[in-house]
Ligand binder design. Structure first.
Ligand SMILES: NC(=O)c1ccc[n+]([C@@H]2O[C@H](COP(=O)([O-])OP(=O)(O)OC[C@H]3O[C@@H](n4cnc5c(N)ncnc54)[C@H](OP(=O)(O)O)[C@@H]3O)[C@@H](O)[C@H]2O)c1
Length: 269
C-alpha cells in the first residue's frame, strides 16, 4: 500500500489511492455520494449505516464493481453501527482495521437526523431534542474521539464532519437541529488544535438545502419553492455539490485548511 508520503510524491488520477476512509451515514443521501466520490479518488471505504443494510450493500457493490477498482480485493465493506453508541462506534473502527488490515486515514461524519416536524423551541419535545442531540452531537463526539485516537499519524489523516448552514441561517423551526450542529462545529475547531503534531486535519462542511430524503421529509412544495427562490443559484443543492468539497478536504492539497467550516450552499445563507 502506498503511504501518504508516497502518494504525495506520485500524484495520480487516484490521489487517495488505497487510503481507508470511514463514512458514517453512507447508505443514503450525502454520505453515499461522498463515499462514491472518495472511492473514485482511489480510497477504500467503510460504508456505515444504522438500519438500511440493503442500501448500504448497494453502495458497496457499486464501489467494488466500479472501473476504479482494478484489484480482486474488495475496496468497500458495509458496517452497521449506531453512531450514538460508544461500543458500536469502537467496533466500527475495529471492523475498518480488521477488514483492511491498516489504520484508517479518513473519517467523514455524515450520519445525522433532522426532526421533520420542524418544531419551534416552545413546541419541541424532550424526546425529539434527545434524538437530535444523540445522533448529531453525541454521535459526532464519539466518532471524533475514536478518530482522534485511531486515525493514522504522519500525514494524510483527515476528519470531516457534516454540519449545516442552518448554524448561520438560524431559521425558526431549526432550533434544536442548528444547536446540535453548532456544537459539532465547536468541537471540530478545538479538535484541530488538539491534533497538533499528528498531521491530521479536522474540518466541517456545512451544506445548505440538499435534495435528499432528509430534506424533503415534512416540507410542502411551497416551502421548497421558497428555498429555491432564496438561493442565488436558483435551485436546490444536490449531493454532487457537496461530495467534491469533502473530496478536496480529504486529500493532500487541503493540508493548510484546518479547523474550518466550509459552507457549501450556493450562497443561500
Ligand atoms: N440534506 C440536507 O439538506 C442537509 C443540509 C445540511 C446538512 N445536512 C447534514 O448532512 C448529513 C447527511 O444528511 P442527508 O441529507 O444525506 O440525510 P439522509 O438522506 O437522511 O441520510 C442519513 C444517513 O444517516 C444514517 N444515520 C441516521 N442515524 C444514524 C445513526 N444513529 N447511526 C449511524 N447512521 C445513522 C442513515 O442510515 P440508514 O440509511 O441506515 O437509516 C443514512 O445513511 C447529516 O449530518 C445532515 O444533518 C443535510
Amino acid at each position: 500500500m502506498a503511504t501518504p508520503t508516497e502518494t504525495q510524491q506520485n500524484p495520480s488520477s487516484f490521489p487517495l489511492q488505497d487510503r481507508v476512509a470511514i463514512v458514517t451515514g453512507a447508505s443514503r443521501g450525502i454520505g453515499r455520494a461522498i463515499a462514491l466520490h472518495l472511492a473514485s479518488l482511489g480510497a477504500r471505504l467503510v460504508i456505515n449505516y444504522s438500519s438500511n443494510s440493503a442500501q448500504a450493500e448497494l453502495v458497496v457493490t457499486e464501489i467494488n464493481t466500479s472501473s476504479s477498482s482494478s484489484s480482486t480485493t474488495p475496496r468497500a465493506v458495509a458496517v452497521q453501527a449506531d453512531v450514538s453508541d460508544p461500543d458500536q462506534v469502537k467496533s466500527l473502527f475495529d471492523s475498518a482495521e480488521k477488514f483492511f488490515n491498516v489504520q484508517p486515514h479518513i473519517l467523514v461524519n455524515s450520519a445525522g437526523v433532522l426532526d421533520p416536524k420542524y418544531p419551534s423551541i416552545s413546541n419541541a419535545s424532550i424526546e425529539d431534542f434527545d434524538l437530535t442531540f444523540s445522533v448529531n452531537t453525541r454521535g459526532a463526539f464519539l466518532c471524533l474521539r475514536e478518530a482522534a485516537n485511531r486515525l493514522k499519524r504522519g500525514g494524510g489523516g483527515r476528519i470531516i464532519s457534516l454540519s449545516s448552514s442552518m448554524v448561520g441561517g438560524l431559521k425558526p423551526g431549526f432550533g434544536t437541529y442548528a444547536a446540535s450542529k453548532a456544537a459539532v462545529e465547536t468541537m471540530i475547531k478545538i479538535l484541530a488544535k488538539e491534533l497538533k503534531g499528528t498531521g491530521i486535519t479536522a474540518n466541517c462542511v456545512a451544506p445548505g438545502p440538499i435534495a435528499t430524503e432528509m430534506f424533503f421529509l415534512g416540507k410542502s412544495e411551497d416551502v421548497i419553492k421558497k428555498l429555491v427562490d432564496e438561493c442565488p443559484m436558483g435551485r436546490l443543492g444536490e449531493v454532487k455539490d457537496v461530495a467534491p468539497v469533502v473530496g478536496f478536504l480529504a486529500g493532500d492539497g487541503s493540508e493548510w485548511v484546518n479547523g474550518q467550516v466550509i459552507r457549501a450552499n450556493g450562497g443561500y445563507v
